[in-house]
Design a protein around this ligand. Structure first.
Ligand code: BES
Ligand code: ZN
Ligand code: ZN
Length: 454
């Protein structure tokens, strides 16, 4: 982020135009440029760099795209352009889209690289705009950085440090329960899942904003590494499990946006942070645990650990009766089977919320897809020895049964949204580099704005 923008007013002019305008644009060019376009076989798709007929230096960059209103289409610009400074020519709304897409695409997770490439920079003329772009982009980059950071450097204590820093920089309040304190404070499931790790489990709690404002509570799955526990994952399935704190990363990024844009809400962020590790004291299949809510749960599979850490956090989240309760989690592989890796699924107990959220996803080009809390499938979570099983008998509908498990811990009158996300780009697309990614954060931010601001 540090190097993506540059404050100033001088740079190579950059135009972004729709493909459909290529022909008429070309007719307005000099004979020299026309010849240049022809000799480079430029036909109005993508980037062309126009040379000055005397010096040979680039005097203008023109980028033709299908849809100039989509920020994703500018996602490759920073890597296509040669090193230098570029001044985009367009109105304020368009400038914001370009700046956002530019930064999302230019992102590189380079904390562990010795040499990093110099990059093209986008000139921003006014300090206020610069701050706005940086705040917007930071919400997403924070998510990516947290997910990309290897588990050895992103354990529960590191998530806690990140949230402490965030609280400090926005004058929020921070607290946490660590290790055995979780037992004293009655968070048995968080302790149980995390107790086999040498990195102590914890419940991290951040609050911010006017206490009389409507309460928005965010809960994020913070499984810093998911080995599967005693039901150990096979190698291929474990390979990317540093991303299993992606839900926590999503709510931290969203919290950053809410605080940076000073939304009129009372925000609370709860992150149950654990490592699902294997050790002599690991929890086992067949164990029974009494959750914070009092519901007893039989462990069928130690790899269904996300719902276990979330259920105690969701129970706590109800304590101050939030006006909106949102959780994000890399909860199930089944959700990816249902929707693929690039479309986040969400569940909600409130139809109006669903409609608003879907609309927000469309508004900001961050699409989300509703899946059903189909009550008849609750039967699949029955246990012979406890109130509930942590895992359905069949894997079919696994995203739904996981969501139904969570719903048992949410009061029916609390508007609640549960996101099941991938948190990772498996393929590179413009504006979406490989690796950690935020899904639904901008949609959720837009929805919160529409619910409480506009
Ligand atoms: N963290 C995984 C889910 C996951 C895996 C999300 C891959 C995205 C990509 C979760 O803890 C898990 O292991 N879930 C199991 C649940 C099963 C044991 C009921 C799954 O999805 O296989
Ligand atoms: Zn798991
Ligand atoms: Zn997991």
């Amino acid at each position: 982020m540090k190097n993506l923008y540059s404050l100033g007013n001088k740079g190579t002019p950059l135009f972004i135009l729709p493909n459909t305008e290529f022909k008429s644009w070309k007719t307005q060019q000099s004979d020299f440029i026309k010849a240049w376009l022809e000799s480079t076989s430029f036909n109005g798709n993508g980037l062309t760099l126009l040379p000055d007929d005397r010096t040979g230096k680039v005097f203008q960059a023109v980028y033709f795209v299908e849809d100039i209103t989509s920020y994703w289409q500018c996602g490759d610009l920073a890597s296509l352009l040669p090193e230098g400074k570029y001044l985009f020519q367009g109105d304020a709304q368009h400038r914001e889209l370009v700046a956002f897409g530019w930064a999302l695409g230019a992102y590189q997770f380079d904390s562990y690289k010795t040499n990093t490439q110099p990059k093209a920079k986008l000139i921003v003329e006014c300090q206020q705009e610069l701050k706005k772009y940086q705040d917007l982009v930071q919400g997403i980059i924070l998510v990516r950085d947290l997910v990309n950071t290897p588990a050895c450097d992103m354990m529960p204590q590191h998530l806690a440090e990140t949230m402490q820093d965030l609280a400090d920089s926005f004058n929020g309040e921070f607290s946490q329960w660590v290790g055995d304190e979780l037992l004293e404070q009655n968070y048995p499931t968080i302790h149980m899942v995390g107790r086999a790790s040498e990195h102590k489990p914890r419940l991290i709690d951040l609050s911010w904003g006017d206490e009389n404002a409507p309460k928005v509570t965010l809960v994020g799955k913070g499984v810093c590494f998911d080995s599967g526990g005693l039901d150990l994952k096979p190698g291929a399935g474990m390979r990317n499990m540093k991303k299993d704190m992606g839900g926590a990363a999503h709510v931290i990024g969203l919290a950053h946006l809410i605080m940076a844009f000073n939304l009129p809400v009372r925000l609370r962020v709860l992150v149950p942070a654990v490592e699902n590790a294997v050790s002599n004291n690991a929890f086992r299949p067949g164990d029974v645990i009494k959750t914070r809510k009092g519901i007893t749960v039989e462990i069928d599979n130690t790899d269904a650990e996300g719902r276990l850490v979330l259920c105690d956090a969701l129970c706590e989240a109800q304590n101050d009766s939030p006006d909106l309760l949102v959780d994000f989690a890399t909860l199930t592989g089944a959700c990816r089977v249902a929707l693929g890796t690039e479309l986040p699924g969400f569940f909600t107990n409130n139809d109006a919320v669903a409609a608003g959220l879907i609309q927000s996803g469309k508004n900001v080009d961050d699409h989300v897809w509703q899946l059903p809390l189909y009550a008849p499938y609750k039967d699949m979570l029955k246990s012979d020895v406890a109130d509930l099983s942590n895992c359905a008998v069949s894997g079919f509908g696994g995203a739904i049964t996981a969501a139904l498990y969570l719903q048992e811990f949410v009061e029916p009158q609390t508007p609640w949204i549960h996101f099941d996300v991938m948190a990772w780009n498996n393929r590179k697309l413009p504006g979406r580099p490989l690796g950690g990614e935020a899904f639904g954060v901008r949609a959720m931010f837009d929805y919160i704005q529409s619910r409480y601001v506009i």
